[in-house]
Design a protein around this ligand. Structure first.
Ligand code: NIG
Ligand code: FE
Length: 411
């Protein structure tokens, strides 16, 4: 089936020669075509170009996008989308002055969500997550990485991963699954963290791999959570089972997380509020995508990762929502675009690159997604009538997406 979207005011993030990722000063450029058409065949992008070059041909469907723009869907490469309940009580604690670490030490935070996930049925977790996925589609996302990590027991972690598998089978979004066995240390393992790492290494990773439930392995490598030594053990175990690393690093301190990510050839290292020159140097020339999560820094009112220095040093940068009940309860990637520009002083073009092609790389899908390129999956959205593409980050808080296409179909 062939569909044409015609009279597109501006077709954005177009690639004639698809790239895996965009680095340094190249991030400030985004190719667009004004007064464009986009042709899709079944679930793939077949062709695109200027309306004046469109050859006479017939289509099964025609969409007139006059006055509206088309963008490739956002790729949200870091989320904790499967969770039960919400945590606004801790939100108030934070307003009253408690830190993220203090809340965690009292058994709140991640442990609070773990208790609720352990008590929830697979069905409940699936229904809630599916609703969030629908919201994400409405805000323009087309791919999402989802982590476990609120299970904390072998059984509950596998339950979360099975929910993610079911979401993957039933949602039109492209989904990747990450085992985050080491997200926090359960109360019963306090004082013997090694034994919990043993559990992750000897049971969680082998079981997730045996059932084909995970694409990646993650560790919260940070002060007060897991050490570099713990992380190395878990990444080695993951590698043995073919699970590439994507890790939480340097959110709370210069934890060595970035160095360990690069050492193990992690696909991404995420958060990065505490990134200095040594970390930037270490990331240069690596395959690891530095990924910043502006929603978490905003919500926890934290310092900002030094994105300008990273880009100026020639690094690529990706951005994702980190959607989760504790530090970033929003699935809206359009807000991430706005935060990228306002809080990190990124140009709109840099923000689009960070949330499309580079975040596609950070979840291992940039050969299929993250730009408008021939042969790529037809995941894109048509905006409401807007003046310029810069209006996307500028008009924060309003939903600029009119129609989302995933796999070539309206969703
Ligand atoms: O990415 N930093 C660690 N993990 C999550 C927060 C999870 C939570 O607070 O529930 C994050 O921000
Ligand atoms: Fe996270």
């Amino acid at each position: 089936m062939r569909t044409i979207i015609k009279n597109i005011k501006e077709l954005c993030q177009v690639e004639e020669a698809p790239r895996q990722k965009v680095c340094g000063s190249e991030m400030a450029a985004m190719q667009t075509i004004k007064d464009a058409y986009l042709i899709i065949e079944d679930d793939k992008i077949l062709d695109f170009g200027g309306m004046s070059a469109l050859k006479e041909q017939t289509f099964d469907h025609e969409v007139n996008a006059e006055g509206r723009m088309v963008f490739p869907s956002f790729c949200d490469s870091h989320t904790h989308l499967v969770y039960a309940g919400s945590r606004e009580v801790e939100y108030i604690d934070k307003i009253r002055g408690l830190s993220y670490e203090e809340i965690a030490r009292r058994g709140g935070g991640i442990l609070n969500s773990a208790k609720r996930v352990q008590d929830a049925s697979e069905e409940e977790l699936y229904d809630d997550a599916m609703m969030r996925l629908q919201q994400m589609i409405g805000y323009g996302s087309g791919a999402v990485e989802i982590k476990s990590g609120y299970g904390m027991t072998v059984e509950a972690e596998m339950k979360m991963l099975r929910v993610i598998r079911r979401l993957r089978e039933t949602s039109p979004l492209t989904i990747r699954a990450t085992l985050l066995g080491a997200h926090g240390v359960p109360m019963e393992y306090r004082g013997r963290q090694d034994a919990f790492v043993d559990l992750v290494v000897r049971e969680m990773i082998p079981q997730a791999a045996a059932e084909g439930l995970a694409d990646f392995v993650d560790v919260f490598c940070d002060e007060g959570f897991f050490t570099v030594g713990d992380t190395e053990r878990m990444l080695e175990a993951g590698a043995k089972y073919g699970l590439r690393a994507k890790i939480h690093a340097n959110e709370l301190a210069c934890s060595g997380g970035i160095q360990v990510a690069v050492k193990y050839d992690a696909l991404s290292c995420d958060h990065l509020e505490y990134t200095g020159e040594a970390e930037i140097e270490c990331l240069k020339g690596s395959n690891t995508m530095p990924t910043v999560l502006p929603g978490a820094a905003f919500f926890l009112n934290m310092r900002h990762a030094p994105v300008r220095q990273m880009i100026d040093a020639g690094l690529p940068v990706a951005m994702a929502s980190d959607c989760n009940p504790g530090s970033s309860p929003s699935p809206n990637m359009q807000l991430i675009l706005s935060m990228a520009c306002v809080n990190y002083r990124m140009l709109p073009e840099e923000a689009f690159n960070a949330t499309t092609i580079n975040s596609a790389y950070a979840m291992g899908v940039s050969d299929q997604l993250g730009s408008i390129a021939r042969g790529k999956r037809a995941n894109f959205y048509i905006t409401k009538p807007i003046s310029t593409y810069e209006y996307m980050p500028y008009a924060y808080g309003e939903n600029k997406v009119d129609v989302a296409f995933l796999n070539g179909r309206v969703c």
